[in-house]
Design a protein around this ligand. Structure first.
Ligand code: G6P
Length: 369
């Protein structure tokens, strides 16, 4: 097992560090920058289904559901296709309205999650086209889907999902860009820009991983907190949810993710000097509005950990700590802002002596209801 961990103390840490390569493996052969094209067989062969779709319904569970939420922002923004993101467990029992003109995208690392599989079967019985985004090759969901795209993250052993999440976002971004090109909702220069920036992501993830020591220090300060709040907006709202989930899963600290602007409708009541608040406040994406949320937290004595763009000045002046990530296109920023949140939960859990790779009560894949 030590050998499998490749010198890392835990699989989770190894998998966090594998992300630059995993992301690259995911777009390799699909993103052809010189030709300025994206090539994905599962999309090319079914282009009509996607172009004629009334909407895309995404079904997933857990972390994969968060990747679906990121995809909602990306698909709508780039490809102008309406997207609904559903918990598979709710969708399957809700008598949902599904037609032959719907495309269902099922996202699942393992490809074995019972609720997601059941949601696919339901959608198929109503005539919808089902596209699977799985990591495990030949898994049940991959086989049950009409077409699909693998994430190529490699085996993920840690129960708390890390590289599966960022590679899911990568695949979904490729799909959104391909469809945007086909629909003409993105200009050729914007398209090229996205390809270029996507190819820069692995290097930027590498850069973000270098904040490890800083994050360890922050983890040490807040490891005894009873609650934590995670805030983000737009593309980074789902990242806030995912950050909170990671912390819950492995450290057993209660954490909530919230859209930053919703803070005033509830969570603000919780803020005092004992509440650490992690705020994703990257330069693009409602930056000024998030800064004013930070001011509101500060005036209530909440402790602020800002996830900011390199060189940020404004948040640095207000926050107790800042963790920088490299600048990128807003649509790609979740691939970077996720990294410090993974490391923060990892270090807190290790410091608390928790079983990081196999947290209590959780399973890597949930094959029963
Ligand atoms: C379990 C795992 C999570 C995962 C979820 C969905 O709860 O512990 O990490 O996100 O299942 O799994 P899937 O394999 O469908 O992505």
């Amino acid at each position: 097992e030590q050998i499998e961990k490749g010198g890392y103390e835990h699989f989770m840490l190894k998998e966090i560090h594998e992300q630059p390569k995993a992301i690259q493996d995911t777009y390799r052969g699909r993103l052809l920058r010189n030709e300025a094209i994206i090539k994905m067989a599962g999309i090319e062969d079914n282009m009509k289904k996607f172009l004629n779709a009334n909407r895309i319904i995404v079904v997933a569970c857990g972390t994969s559901w968060h990747a679906g939420l990121v995809a909602e922002y990306i698909f709508e923004d780039l490809a102008r296709i309406p997207v609904e993101v559903e918990y598979a467990s709710e969708f399957r029992y809700r008598n949902p309205v599904i037609t032959e003109n719907d495309v269902l995208i099922a996202i699942s690392q393992s490809g074995e999650t019972a609720d997601t599989l059941a949601a696919i079967k339901l959608a198929k019985s109503k005539g919808a086209f089902v596209f699977g985004v799985c990591n495990v090759v030949g898994s049940s969901i991959a086989r049950e889907s009409h077409a699909g795209a693998y994430t190529h993250a490699g085996p993920e052993i840690g129960v708390a999902s890390t590289k599966a999440f960022t590679t899911q976002i990568t695949v979904l971004t490729l799909i959104a860009l391909r469809l945007a090109r086909a629909k003409g909702t993105i200009s050729s220069s914007d398209f090229r820009q996205h390809l270029l920036e996507l190819e820069m992501i692995p290097g930027k993830v590498e850069q973000a991983l270098k904040s490890d020591d800083l994050i360890k220090n922050i983890a040490n300060i807040y490891k005894d907190a009873k609650n934590m709040l995670y805030l983000g907006r737009g593309f980074n709202f789902p990242v806030a949810l995912e950050g909170a989930l990671k912390l819950k899963e492995i450290s057993y600290i209660h954490a909530e993710g919230y859209p930053a602007a919703e803070m005033k409708h509830g969570p603000i009541a919780l803020i005092d000097e004992n509440m650490p608040v992690i705020v994703i406040a990257t330069k693009k994406g409602h930056y000024e509005k998030v800064v004013s949320n930070i001011q509101e937290i500060k005036s209530r004595k909440g402790k602020i950990i800002g996830i900011v763009t390199e060189g940020d000045v404004q948040v640095r002046q207000l926050a107790d700590h800042v963790i920088e990530v490299p600048e990128s296109l807003e649509a790609l920023s979740p691939l970077l802002t996720t990294i410090p949140l993974q490391l923060l939960s990892y270090h807190i859990a290790v410091m608390l002596g928790k079983n990081v790779d196999q947290p209590r009560n959780l399973a890597k894949s949930v094959t029963v209801e």
